[in-house]
Design a protein around this ligand. Structure first.
Ligand code: FEO
Length: 385
């Protein structure tokens, strides 16, 4: 596939993966992107997952024809992109591997490299000329590992963006929900903790004239780039994207669920623009994390459990706080048959979070909801938040 006249897509689609990165379900599969830049010198941009060695090498070979690659540029050492470095060098041993100092430390850890391997260690902002294409390496530490760098081709105005602007889903199936849904779940799951570092990358990107974004996952982006850049700016600055309420609940016998669903109906009846509800024990956790970051208001409803809170709610809140959850309004619903303490525990878990407002109304259920007044009051308060 042609990205531009000189740039070819040589990536692969993975429909076998059960859990991406060992934890994310990917019902639409996953794409591991790789590119070849054809010029006086030839550069291959990253490799792919270990299971796609043959397919990827065949893709590269087809694009190269009789030529040999001059450079293998390694932007990210996570194995979904780097697993075939040694395999590539077995086929093309004269290639110079380009990375930064941290890249090569990790490469030595992952592989038993030939000490005679040609390597070029680059610094932030350093350039590499392929002939007519001049590549600039822009370091993007922690988006999503410390060694990550992105690469800008000034001739074709292409930003090779590493994991940034990636999404879940293979490139040979259409995503019925469009780009943003699985890109958001990917961003908050994988990069969400590193908003400041993603902001730094966006600031560097703002100084570049970009016509095409070539990420390491998901489709090549070449139209309406402002849409993607704006979303990334919203996500990485921890600002809500949508006006609405996300209700996350756990329920053992259905009574907490009943209160959560009653609140959802109250909010809808009052004209809340969007109400999304998830059962944390049964629905996809990364999807719930995504929704918590998407909306400006969330409701957490859970039971007191072993003097603490229900395990999936605890895990969920930990997912939020470790990703620096902030700038949101939170309402709490607790249930406990003899000593309900879940609201206090949940509130305490956000102690170190920035700019969190809790509603004054806390719904406390003792076993089963007997009176819907507190739920209605919470709905009123959330509508004004
Ligand atoms: Fe797609 Fe951080 O690896």
């Amino acid at each position: 596939m042609k990205v531009t006249n000189d740039i070819r897509y040589v990536g692969v689609n993975d429909h076998q993966v059960d859990l991406f990165e060992g934890q994310y379900v990917v019902p639409l599969g996953m794409a591991y992107n790789s590119y070849v830049i054809l010029d006086e010198k030839i550069a291959v941009m990253d490799t792919v997952d270990v299971n796609f060695k043959e397919e990827w090498l065949a893709n590269v070979s087809e694009v190269l024809g009789d030529r040999k690659p001059d450079y293998l540029i390694v932007q990210h050492m996570e194995p979904d992109h780097s697993a075939n470095i040694a395999n590539f060098l077995e086929v093309y041993p004269d290639t110079t591997v380009v990375g930064n100092a941290k890249t090569f430390v990790m490469m030595e850890q992952f592989f038993d490299l030939d000490p005679n391997m040609k390597r070029q260690v680059v610094k932030d902002g350093e350039t590499l000329s392929l002939g007519s294409h001049e590549l600039t390496f822009v370091f993007a530490p922690m988006v999503h590992w410390p060694e990550v760098m992105v690469t800008y081709d000034s001739k074709d105005k292409v930003l090779f963006s590493a994991d940034a602007f990636g999404k879940f889903g293979a490139n040979d199936v259409e995503d019925p929900e469009g780009w943003a849904c699985e890109a958001r779940r990917y961003y908050f799951g994988i990069v969400g903790k590193f908003g400041m570092q993603a902001q730094n990358l966006l600031k560097k990107a703002a100084g570049l004239d970009i016509a095409v974004i070539c990420p390491l996952h998901g489709p090549v982006l070449s139209e309406n780039l402002g849409y993607y850049l704006d979303l990334y700016n919203t996500w990485s600055s921890y600002q809500p994207e949508s006006d609405g309420v996300f209700i996350a609940y756990t329920s053992v016998y259905g009574n907490t669920k009943k209160a959560a669903l009653m609140l959802a109906e109250e909010l809808k009846a009052k004209g809340c623009p969007k109400v999304s509800v998830a059962d944390l024990a049964r629905d996809d956790m990364p999807e719930a994390v995504e929704d918590a970051f998407r909306y400006n208001r969330i409701v957490l409803a859970t039971t007191t459990y072993n003097g603490d809170i229900f395990p999936t709610m605890k895990t969920f809140i930990e997912h939020l706080t470790e990703r620096q959850y902030q700038n949101r309004t939170i309402a709490l619903i607790e249930n406990g048959t003899w000593a309900p303490t879940a609201a206090r525990v949940m509130k305490g878990m956000f102690e170190k979070s920035k700019n969190i407002t809790f509603t004054e109304t806390v719904v406390t259920i003792k076993s089963a909801l007997k009176d819907d007044a507190a739920v209605k009051q919470m709905a009123d308060e959330l509508m004004q938040a």
